[in-house]
Design a protein around this ligand. Structure first.
Ligand SMILES: [Zn+2]
Ligand SMILES: [Zn+2]
Length: 225
């Protein structure tokens, strides 16, 4: 479902990330989706502190509460109903029935955040998973990890095989390997669907076919965001 996506509500739903850090993330999302998302609003969702929450349920709550284009960021572990316990805890996901995506920061730091460097890495990861999920909100689909943007880093929509990397390896190889610029195919899609203009865009390749709506919930741990 694609409603008006030009205003993004970034909702802090039980997250420790500071307001100013979220503002940085919001501005970098605007930059990455230049011309498609024109504005973001930061909101704090009053929610009880929980260790884990059903991802689908959270998207429903946020949709009912805020409507429109929403990115929810939480500390809580995001659970899915996947029977395989290996896949039922996700970094992020998007509900194809609305324009709500959610990101969990719980597994984005592998060590203690005890230095500026560690915090910066944590924020970068949060940004990259957020870009991926917002990309889904805009109709982009996952694609193989070898697709790079023009700066040589992985496209934010890249994914790898979870089993191949394992959880820590996946964080380092795929999520850390992503940049904030999209590959030509994703740029083409955004331009075509949303009239996005991008300063790095120069080539047009085949468009993507959106798989949104095929699944009840796009779980990015199976594809691990
Ligand atoms: Zn791409
Ligand atoms: Zn994905």
């Amino acid at each position: 479902m694609l409603g008006n996506t030009s205003v993004l509500h970034i909702v802090r739903a039980g997250s420790d990330i500071t307001y100013s850090s979220l503002k940085v993330i919001g501005n970098r999302i605007l930059d990455a989706f230049h011309g498609t998302i024109k504005e973001f609003k930061l909101t704090r969702h009053k929610a009880p502190v929980v260790d884990s929450i059903d991802a689908y349920f959270l998207t429903k709550i946020l949709h009912e509460e805020y409507g429109g284009h929403v990115l929810g960021i939480t500390d809580a572990d995001l659970k899915t109903d996947d029977a395989d316990t290996f896949y039922n805890s996700i970094f992020g996901g998007k509900n194809p029935q609305n324009d709500v995506a959610v990101v969990s920061t719980k597994k984005l730091c592998t060590d203690q955040i005890d230095s500026v460097k560690a915090y910066d890495l944590f924020l970068e990861r949060t940004l990259k998973v957020s870009l991926h999920e917002v990309g889904h909100n805009l109709g982009l689909t996952d694609h193989a990890a070898y697709q790079t943007a023009q700066d040589g880093s992985l496209c934010p929509m890249s994914r790898g095989e979870y089993n191949k990397f394992g959880y820590i390896g996946y964080l380092r190889a795929i999520i850390d390997g992503r940049g904030t610029d999209f590959c030509d195919e994703c740029l083409y899609f955004l331009r075509k669907m949303h009239g996005r203009k991008h300063r790095f865009a120069k080539m047009v390749k085949d468009g993507l076919e959106s798989a949104a709506g095929k699944k009840r919930f796009l779980r990015t741990a199976r594809n691990v965001c």
